[in-house]
Every structure is written in C-alpha cells, then in structure tokens.
Design a protein around this ligand. Structure first.
Ligand code: NAD
Length: 411
C-alpha cells in the first residue's frame, strides 16, 4: 500500500464515524496544489547534478499551510502528498491556525558537502519561492534537514521578497529561531507519553521503553523520558541498535552520539542487536522515531509492547494497525504524538511576526498546555465513541477542517 492510500484509509474510518458526505471527503482529500521543480547544482567535483524538489500544499482552510522539508532517498511525490495531508490533520488536532503541506528531495544528505547542501537548498527555494511565504506556506525541518538548512532557506527567500524571517521555522536561535524549537517534538512525545501512560495507570519507574531513531526527535524523547524516570531498554539508529534489559545509560548515549556526528554506530557500553529486532524486544512502550512504514503485517505479531507512540510520521501500515488494535495495543497516533514540533514552530512564527522574543520557560509552558489540552480532547472523543485514539484524533482534525471549509464558503 502506498503512503497516501494509508492516510486516506485512516481518514475514511474517521469520516465514516461522523457521516461525512462523499463530496466533502473529496474536497478534503485532494491536495490544493502539487509542484515538482528541477534542482540542479554543480557538485564539488565539477559535475552537474540534477534532482527533483517536491512541495505539496494540501489544505489551507484553517490558515497558511505548514510542513517540513525532508532530504531522504525515499522521498517521492506519493510520500510527500501523504505527509502533507497528515500535516493538515495534525495542525487541526492541536488547533493551530494552519493548514498542511510538505516537501522534500530524494537525496541522502550524508552524500553531500555543506557547500553542496546549501546550494541544493537555495536552488530549491529559487524554484518554489513564489508559491510559499509567511501567509501562504511555511516550511520547517524534517528528516535530513536542520536549522542550517532553514537559515539558507530564509536568506534565499529574502533575496526575492525582502526581510521575512516568518517564511520558515526551525531556524537557528541566533537567527530569528525559537529557544526550545529543536527539543520540542521529542519533548512533546515525552509529555504525551507521560499523559497517556498516566491514563493507563502506568508509573514511570515500572515502565520499560524501546526507541527506534536517535536523531532530533528520538534523542530529545529519550532525554525527557529518562529524566521522568522511565527505563529505556533499547535504543537504535541507522548505525545499530542496542539492548540492555536492566536499562541503558541514556546520558552516555546522548554524549556518544554528540561526539560522533549524531550516530550511535560503535557505541561500546551496551550489547548490539539487529536493527529490526529492536521493534520486538520485551518492553512496555515502543516508540518508532525514525522512518515511516516500519511496522507492517509481517512484523506486527512480533511486537510485545502494549503501547506504541508514533513519534515518526506514519510508522505503522493500516493492516498492521488492525492487527495491533485487535491485540489490544494502544497506539498514540502521529498526528498527535509528534505535534510538539509544529506547535513550537507556530510559536516561532508568532514571535517572528511580532518581533517579540519568547524565553524557554514560556515555550515549554505553552507547549505543555496545548499538547495536554489536545490529548484530553482526543481521549474524550475516543472514550465517548469507543474508537481508537487514531480514529478519535482524525475525527477531531477532520471536524475542524470540515467546519472551516464550510464556514469559508465553497462556491
Ligand atoms: P533525523 O534525521 O534527525 O533522525 C532520524 C533518525 O532515524 C536518525 O537517528 C537515523 O539514524 C535514524 N534512522 C534512519 N534510518 C533508520 C533505520 N533504517 N533504522 C533505524 N533508525 C534509522 O529526523 P527527525 O527529525 O528526528 O525525524 C524522525 C521522524 O520524526 C520522521 O518520521 C519525521 O517525519 C518525524 N517528525 C519530525 C519532526 C521534527 O521536528 N524533527 C516533527 C514531526 C515529526
């Protein structure tokens, strides 16, 4: 099943619950605009290389469209389309005044020098600058992109449109960025894990966690959960997975990754296991925080965790979701679980537009407030309607986008 088909399936399950008409379903599902641009650069060896940059703007009924920019070899139009739709439901679930978008390029950033990455980013902006902007579509970091990429983006955009720091979020703190933006997605995953486990009657000290992915999201999630008293028994990234039933040394792993370009490969203080085996280790909570589509009908039966927190976007295929649901596994869906990032991006955008600086305490407090409120809303809908948290989150998101669409007028 393709990525967009999966999000459509989840959408339709929720749409059935609220008796959404066929016309409205089509209106909400078909993206508003999809673009594909040529991105050509001269590489360090003098060769001319050409790539394709994608941007999908899914829906703007509730405000300017918002979504990350991904640099990863698997990026294609279908994936970007699916992720753009997810952003529409995500911004609605946490009630931010935004719609949804996504973009990216099918490249492995590790294959490029810093100069080449800067050129790629600037050329991409050249291709899409008149289709994005602070009131239209605001990109942010995602897999393979970071604050540096956002700074280049802002600088290139300014060459066409003048000073406009709100055209992109996730910028360096020294360059109109927000203190706490970088940690926000992982921190949000931590906050929501804590809320959910509290509802399920689980205490941190009696709860074991396995975490896949140790990049921006995974590393901050691990830090938050470790500090909250949870026992992390397995952590892995693209370079290897490590398993220690008595608990891993999270601060030590963070330090090791920091000293090794963000990678865990070669970490000496815990036994290694196979990457895919991490998903099936004995633990209470599993947190996929790397790629999409890692839990499929092939491995769903082997998962032992009773709770899964979707820190990554779309880590579970619908057929696997059905298997896990039937087995009584509670899943906190991506459109809520990793919404801390876009929520902090919203704070950054507000800060840029007001030219007023927020401090870290305010960012953390407001993040906690918005995520807690959103979690309670979704939990209530799930309890009232006796549906999964995923369907409940989609009901909340689709309901809000649907109402805004009707109120705005369709004719
Ligand atoms: P990142 O590039 O910083 O980190 C990705 C991590 O995944 C790295 O540790 C990498 O080694 C690991 N990884 C890659 N391939 C792997 C594999 N085959 N097996 C195990 N680990 C593997 O990316 P990120 O920003 O942390 O994003 C991770 C996920 O979270 C993505 O799905 C992204 O869409 C989602 N997300 C990110 C944000 C954000 O603010 N960064 C917000 C919302 C959602």
């Amino acid at each position: 099943m393709k990525a967009f088909d999966s999000t459509q399936l989840y959408f339709n399950r929720a749409a059935d619950q609220i008796d959404l008409t066929e016309n409205m379903r089509r209106l909400l599902l078909i993206p508003k605009r999809e673009v594909q641009v040529q991105v050509a650069i001269e590489r360090d060896n003098g060769e001319i290389a050409t790539y394709i940059g994608y941007r999908v703007q899914h829906d703007d009924a509730r405000g300017p469209m918002k979504g990350g920019l991904r640099f990863h070899p698997d990026v294609d139009m279908d994936e970007v389309r699916a992720l753009a739709a997810l952003m529409t439901w995500k911004t609605a679930v946490v009630d931010l005044p935004y719609g949804g978008a996504k973009g990216g390029m099918a490249i492995d950033p590790r294959d490029f020098s810093v100069r080449e990455l800067e050129l790629l980013t600037r050329k991409f902006v050249d291709g899409i600058h008149d289709l994005v902007g602070p009131d239209v579509d605001i990109p942010a970091p995602d897999m393979g992109t970071n604050a540096d990429v956002m700074a280049w983006f802002m600088n290139q955009y300014a060459k066409y449109h003048g000073f406009s720091p709100a055209c992109v979020t996730g910028k360096p703190v020294e360059l109109y960025g927000l203190p706490g933006r970088e940690e926000a997605t992982g921190r949000g995953v931590g906050i929501l894990t804590y809320k959910l486990l509290g509802r399920l009657g689980r205490k941190p000290q009696n709860t074991t966690v396995a975490l896949q992915g140790f990049g921006n999201v995974g590393s901050h999630t691990s830090k938050f959960l470790h500090e909250a008293g949870y026992k992390l028994v397995a952590i892995g990234d693209a370079g290897g997975a490590f398993y220690k039933p008595e608990g891993l040394d999270v601060p030590g792993m963070l330090k090791y990754a920091l000293a090794h370009k963000g990678n865990l490969a070669g970490y000496p203080d815990a036994p290694m296991i196979d990457g895919p085996a991490l998903l099936a280790v004995d633990c209470d909570v599993l947190i996929p925080a790397a790629l999409g589509g890692v839990i499929t009908s092939q491995n769903a039966e082997s998962i032992r965790a009773k709770v899964i927190i979707e820190a990554a976007n779309a880590p579970i295929y619908p057929d696997a979701d059905d298997i896990l649901h039937a087995r009584g596994v509670t899943i906190l869906p991506d459109i809520l679980a990793n919404a801390g990032g876009v929520t902090a991006s919203y704070f950054e955008w507000v800060q840029n537009r007001q030219h007023y600086r927020w401090d870290l305490n305010r960012v953390r407090q407001e993040l906690d407030h918005i995520l807690t409120r959103s979690f309670e809303t979704v939990w209530e809908v799930a309890t009232e309607r006796k549906v999964s948290l995923r369907t409940a989150a989609y009901i909340v998101g689709i309901g809000r986008v649907g109402r805004a669409t009707v109120l705005g007028g369709i004719a």
